[in-house]
Design a protein around this ligand. Structure first.
Ligand code: G5P
Length: 224
């Protein structure tokens, strides 16, 4: 049996993790595991805990580690016989260490996108609040301006995507992410990509994944 491939993609809000992950999952057949999606889907309606979690997510602030690991790890257990790609997890060192105790990652992609680009993207971002679907008015606009593609409901823009709030979110992200990035650097599995356009970064990531996955397949065939 081919060895399973386990990867993660890290990057600040707006860096293109979701966009690139979906391309990777589609091109290489990896199961896509997004902590943001699980958190949004797992928000218990009309409870105090649910309201609190929604506030963290809407502000782009880190949800407490035990809540995130409590949602993501059971999903990974269900996917024990699959290759997967984690989007947005781990985000803190505590999460990375828990993951490290359970799984050996083969590859970690880190996206370095200039602050000005993140600011432009996020201030151009519109959200369908009920589902968490995200649109960008220049990169992936809704079919009808101001309306969600699926439900036709109105899209909103968060106060936290405004430049003043963004600066502190991005600063918080950077502080929390540094030890995670250092951990994977030490393990020799970190690959960083910089740029202002997802479509220009994508061919490099595509080529890295092709090489890694082909190597893994040929190693598996050589293992008696
Ligand atoms: P998420 O869902 O992981 P974020 O905030 O980390 O959310 P976000 O904002 O969804 O990440 P992204 O996935 O990095 O961004 O990027 P994306 O969605 O692909 O692209 C962002 C926008 O830019 C989109 O509108 C896209 O169309 C556009 N875009 C992409 N590329 C380009 C380009 O080249 N040009 C242009 N013009 N536009 C482009 O997590 C949500 C929340 O859940 C919590 C946190 O509160 C988080 O904020 N959370 C966690 N908390 C603790 N621990 C964890 N592990 C957590 N994971 C999630």
């Amino acid at each position: 049996m081919a060895k399973l491939f386990r990867a993660a993609i890290l990057g600040p809000p707006g860096s293109g993790k979701g966009t690139i992950s979906k391309r990777i999952a589609q091109s290489f057949g990896l199961q896509y595991v997004s902590s943001g999606d699980y958190l949004r889907a797992g928000i218990p309606a009309n409870t105090e805990a649910g309201v609190q979690m929604k506030t963290y997510i809407e502000r782009g602030l880190s949800v407490p580690d035990h809540v995130v690991t409590g949602l993501v790890l059971p999903k990974l257990e269900q996917l024990s016989s699959h290759s997967w790609l984690l989007d947005g997890f781990p985000r803190t060192l505590a999460q990375a260490l828990v993951l490290n105790n359970l799984y050996q990652l083969d590859l970690v992609i880190s996206l370095n996108i200039p602050y000005e680009t993140l600011k432009d993207r996020l201030s151009d971002r519109w959200i369908h609040p009920a589902s968490g679907r995200v649109y960008n008015m220049s990169f992936n606009p809704p079919r009808v301006q101001g309306k969600d593609d699926i439900t036709g409901e109105p899209l909103i823009q968060h106060d936290d995507d405004k430049p003043e709030a963004l600066m502190s979110r991005l600063r918080q992200y950077k502080e929390v992410a540094k030890p995670v990035i250092d951990l994977y650097k030490t393990q020799g599995i970190l690959h960083s990509f910089s740029g202002t356009e997802t479509n220009k970064i994508w061919p490099y990531i595509n080529s890295l994944l092709s090489t890694k996955l082909n190597r893994q397949l040929s190693d598996a065939h050589q293992t008696p």
